[in-house]
Design a binder for this molecule. Structure first.
Ligand SMILES: NC(=O)C1=CN([C@@H]2O[C@H](COP(=O)(O)OP(=O)(O)OC[C@H]3O[C@@H](n4cnc5c(N)ncnc54)[C@H](O)[C@@H]3O)[C@@H](O)[C@H]2O)C=CC1
Ligand SMILES: O=C(O)C1=N[C@H](C(=O)O)C[C@H](O)C1
Length: 233
């Protein structure tokens, strides 16, 4: 498979390594200031760039019929527009706030726990995410997906950074050293606490998931999720 990397930073480089090990060819590395992008050479684009650049990268690919796997977070106010452009151009698209298998299992666990906790009004939920100090967005995309999983299964209606309120999920975002990504959810009552936590030890899981998604999307048209790729439900 001929892969174009949009964003050649920490994740772009890790994806290159894993994609080559799986026998794929990196045909383009599109980073800031790139010109004359050769879309015809690509079977798929994998975007791990920045919140400010992802939408333009993605829509450029759709306009040239190139399927996109996007892991960039912090641009989702334009997600619906991206979906419309994908469909209008009969292209293919997967966005995931987190491509790792472990986190996608954690998403399922979170939804299941939320469903059970929705019947127990003595517990208050809170969430914490910890990432490296270079991260541009807060809360993390993964934390937002986790919060949506709770909102879809309980009486909570929204999330907020450092907030308090009856139906608001408070999220604490910490930025420390080189942490690749830690997410925890805590339900607390006066008598006990229940906590679930996912700790990424490095970026390999994210990168492998993105390459697997790129392999999976070949020959498909439409908008999909990692749930489709991993057949989790
Ligand atoms: N969904 C997932 O599983 C994961 C998502 N991420 C997200 O991926 C994104 C990238 O993460 P990292 O690689 O750690 O960041 P990074 O800062 O190491 O790399 C970002 C790269 O994008 C480049 N860039 C800037 N403007 C660009 C443009 N117009 N076109 C193409 N590239 C451009 C930068 O020069 C840099 O090389 C972030 O949004 C991060 O939150 C990170 C890890 C996993
Ligand atoms: O910026 C990162 O590093 C990460 N970003 C993603 C997010 O915002 O959830 C995924 C992972 O946690 C690493």
């Amino acid at each position: 498979m001929r892969i174009a990397l949009f964003g050649y930073g920490k994740m772009g480089k890790m994806i290159e390594e894993i994609a080559q090990k799986r026998g794929h060819e990196i045909v383009a590395k599109v980073d800031v200031g790139a010109e004359d992008i050769d879309y015809a050479s690509m079977d798929v684009a994998i975007d791990f760039s920045t919140p400010d650049s992802a939408f333009e990268n993605i829509t450029g690919c759709f306009e040239h019929g190139v399927p996109v796997i996007c892991g960039t977070t912090g641009w989702l106010d334009q997600y619906n527009e991206a979906v419309d452009l994908c469909n209008a151009n009969k292209s293919a698209f997967i966005y995931a706030s987190n491509f790792s298998l472990g986190v996608n299992i954690f998403f399922e666990l979170n939804a299941h726990l939320a469903k059970m906790m929705s019947k127990l009004n003595k517990y208050k939920v809170s969430m914490e995410e910890i990432h490296h100090t270079q991260k541009l967005d807060a809360p993390s995309g993964t934390a937002i997906t986790l919060a949506e999983g709770i909102i879809n299964n309980t009486a909570y209606t929204s999330w907020q950074l450092e907030a308090s309120g009856e139906k608001i999920i408070p999220i604490t975002s910490k930025r420390e050293g080189m942490v690749p990504g830690t997410h925890s959810i805590c339900y607390e009552s006066s008598v006990d606490s229940i906590e679930i936590k996912h700790t990424a030890h490095n970026r390999e899981g994210f990168a492998l998931g993105a390459v697997i998604a790129a392999e999976w999307i070949q020959g498909k048209t439409g908008v999909f999720s990692m749930k489709d790729v991993l057949n989790l439900s």
